[in-house]
Design a protein around this ligand. Structure first.
Ligand code: ADP
Length: 403
């Protein structure tokens, strides 16, 4: 008994007992019929064409498997191994294709002689979504006979699914963000039309809140439009030379009023030499404004914000410009750091809203820097403030001073 069951499951060869069940499941025909059929490798017409089929299949970038009419593997390409690592030419496909949806589609295609489309999920090692097409193919022979084959091709739907999920999340988040101030506005309008109709003091107070809420909606729409514009242009690297020192000064001057309101002093540290990047000046201003505004809003308690422009090198040794915005506020706990540039991610939602935040500022910064071939980095220790740094590739030929 023990050796019997052992011989059934071990080794590379497919055992008759296992084949009989597999065969019946795949084609609905009996095992006797299977045995009566010549092996596809030995069948004259097909054997002659296998190398041609093989060559064609190997040229396809997507996974592709060709089966004979008995459901045996005639040929498959390298990409097919990612879906069915156990594929072997000459063996029943069912043995390697473990997905029941796929086996059903093969069975239907054999029975109905019509193309079938099926979707399935591979759960291990990670969720991956595929669509498979199983198409009957008929190869005419010189003697008027036909060789009947099945062509299976696969598309990996995983990236599409992930984008769909992200879009659905994004729309849900954006609608939620807009609905909250909208609900407040409608509530105040109702109150002003009804109970507070003739209450002058209440009207003044409510109108001020309504203005705040309407501005919040306007800011959100503005940020959403900016994000989508930057994404649309993501594949077009900006090409205008931008002097970073004047850009830093412009942003700092523009935020002096906010800095005074928050009682924060902004200090600038500039490099001795000019630093020029190829960029989109308006986008870079927008990105730096977001970082400095955040430092002034969330780090106001530190009373000081340092903005340092410097020349540095990437890990691979390429020259880059860095604009570091350092505040001395409460800092950010380490678990939040990797998620800060996600859309609508906030450490403290109420704090962000009370500061007029949309949760999109750092996502914008990330996209702007991506488009410029750079990146944003964050360093922070709780209680010791935070440093957000824009890294931008420097134009080659910009030699460091003294070089
Ligand atoms: P928001 O519109 O909420 O400011 P951002 O994308 O600009 O959105 O920032 C995301 C979150 O990161 C903020 O809500 C805040 O919690 C946190 N954050 C950003 N900058 C700082 C900073 N300098 N210090 C502390 N927390 C910060």
């Amino acid at each position: 008994m023990a050796s019997d069951s052992g011989s059934d499951d071990s080794g590379d060869k497919v055992r008759p007992g296992r084949l009989r069940g597999a065969w019946r499941a795949l084609t609905g025909r009996g095992a006797d019929e299977m045995r009566a059929r010549p092996s596809p490798r030995r069948g004259g017409g097909l054997a002659r064409r296998v190398s041609l089929i093989d060559a064609l299949i190997r040229g396809l970038p997507a996974p592709a498997i060709v089966l004979d009419r008995d459901g045996r593997v005639v040929a498959f390409n390298q990409a097919a191994r990612s879906i069915a690592p156990a594929l072997r030419a000459g063996e029943l496909a069912l043995i390697a294709l473990r997905m029941p949806e796929l086996v059903d589609a093969v069975r239907r295609a054999i029975r109905k002689r019509e193309p079938q489309r099926v979707e399935f999920i591979e759960r291990v090692p990670h969720d991956r979504w595929y669509e498979a097409f199983v198409a009957p193919v008929s190869l005419p022979e010189s003697d008027g006979a036909h060789i009947e084959l099945l062509l299976m091709t696969f598309n990996d739907l995983t990236p599409l699914r992930r984008v769909e999920e992200m879009r659905a999340d994004f729309i849900a988040n954006a609608s939620h963000e807009l609905r909250t101030p909208l609900a407040a506005l409608l509530g105040f309008i109702e109150t002003l039309q009804g109970p507070a109709k003739n209450d002058t003091a209440a009207r003044e107070k409510f109108l001020a809140i309504m203005q705040q809420q309407a501005s919040r909606m306007a800011r959100l729409i503005d940020d959403l439009l900016s994000l989508s514009r930057i994404e649309l242009n993501a594949h077009l690297p900006p090409s205008t030379p931008v002097d970073l020192a004047s850009l830093v000064r412009q942003v700092t001057d523009g935020l002096q009023t906010l800095a005074r309101d928050r009682k924060v002093e902004i200090r600038l540290v500039m490099p001795p030499e000019p630093l020029t990047v190829l960029g989109d000046r308006d986008e870079l201003i927008r990105g730096l404004e977001n970082l400095v505004e955040n430092a002034l809003k969330y780090g106001a308690a530190g009373k000081r914000v340092d903005i340092t422009l410097s020349r540095a090198q990437t890990r691979s040794g390429a020259p880059e410009a860095r604009i570091a915005v350092r505040d001395f506020g409460p800092g950010i706990a380490p678990e939040h750091l990797p998620r800060l540039t996600e859309r609508f991610y906030r450490v403290d939602v109420a704090d962000s809203r009370s500061q007029g935040g949309t949760g999109l500022g750092l996502a914008l910064v990330k996209h702007i820097l991506n488009r410029h071939g750079g990146r944003v980095s964050v360093e922070s220790t709780l209680g010791q403030g935070a440093t957000f740094t824009m890294h931008l590739p420097l134009r080659t030929g910009d030699a460091p001073s003294g070089a």
